[in-house]
Design a protein around this ligand. Structure first.
Ligand SMILES: NC(=O)C1=CN([C@@H]2O[C@H](COP(=O)(O)OP(=O)(O)OC[C@H]3O[C@@H](n4cnc5c(N)ncnc54)[C@H](OP(=O)(O)O)[C@@H]3O)[C@@H](O)[C@H]2O)C=CC1
Ligand SMILES: O=C(O)C1=N[C@H](C(=O)O)C[C@H](O)C1
Length: 237
């Protein structure tokens, strides 16, 4: 496949390596300074675009790809207030858009475990909280993964209305603490506490390889499909 990379930072470079190992070619590496190179590409020059850029860039990058007719796989976090607009545009253009806050298979299994655990814990008087730890370069907080976990927990726990980012703390809201330390690729810890005990589940990424492989596999799956998709469509879990 001919892949266009939008965002050529830590993830863009890891995705490039895995895509080349899997026999794909990279037709462009678009960063903040060379966006005009995209204008030179025709709709037929690209089989799929993979977009891992920055919160303020994702909306215009994805819009550009959809208007050009390129299927687009995005993993950028921190822009999802515009998600409904992108999904509408995708359907209007008869295009293909794939999004996941986390492309690692392990995290997507962890999402399932998290929802199941929340369902079990509902009504037993535990207080829920979450901690996410990432590298010091990360621009957004809480992480997209933490938001996905928190949304599932508040769906399942009757007395939760949503989440708050620490130090904000309010009854009826799950508190998320975001820590930024060194080069940590991504750790998420979900905690249930009562006076007598604590139950915790956690996922620790050892590198970015799992995220990048998931994005490339999604990009292999998307061309030829129309609509809005996510990891549940790909993994059928
Ligand atoms: N869904 C998932 O599984 C994962 C998601 N992510 C998310 O992916 C995003 C990127 O992460 P990461 O690679 O670590 O970040 P980096 O900061 O390493 O890379 C981001 C890249 O995007 C570029 N960029 C900024 N603005 C634009 C623009 N307007 N058009 C094109 N490129 C642009 C930056 O260019 P410059 O350097 O010139 O500023 C940089 O090269 C983040 O939102 C992160 O949270 C990360 C890991 C996994
Ligand atoms: O910025 C990162 O690095 C990561 N971002 C994603 C997120 O915000 O959840 C996924 C992963 O945790 C790494």
């Amino acid at each position: 496949m001919r892949i266009l990379l939008l965002g050529y930072g830590k993830m863009g470079k890891t995705i490039e390596k895995i895509a080349l190992e899997r026999g794909h070619s990279i037709v462009g590496k678009i960063d903040i300074d060379n966006r005009s190179e995209m204008d030179a590409l025709k709709p037929a020059d690209v089989d799929v675009a993979i977009e891992f850029s920055a919160p303020e860039a994702a909306y215009s990058n994805i819009t550009y790809c959809l208007k050009k007719g390129w299927p687009v796989v995005s993993g950028t976090t921190g822009w999802l207030e515009h998600r409904a607009e992108i999904e509408k545009l995708c359907l209007e253009q008869n295009g293909a858009f794939f999004y996941a806050s986390n492309y690692s298979i392990g995290v997507n299994l962890f999402f399932r475990l998290n929802r199941q655990l929340a369902r079990l814990m509902n009504g037993h008087g535990y207080e829920q909280s979450m901690t996410e730890i990432h590298h010091i370069h990360k621009l957004d907080a809480p992480s997209g993964t933490a938001i996905t976990l928190a949304e599932a927990i508040s769906d399942e726990i009757d007395n939760l209305e949503g989440w708050k980012l620490a130090p904000e703390n309010e009854a009826g809201y799950l508190q998320i603490t975001s820590k930024r330390e060194g080069e940590v690729p991504g750790t998420h810890i979900v905690r249930y506490e009562s006076e007598v005990d604590t139950i915790e589940i956690s996922h620790t990424a050892h590198s970015r390889a799992g995220f990048a492989l998931g994005a490339v596999v999604s990009a292999e799956w998307l061309p030829g499909r129309n609509g809005v998709f996510g990891m549940n469509d790909l993994l059928k879990i």
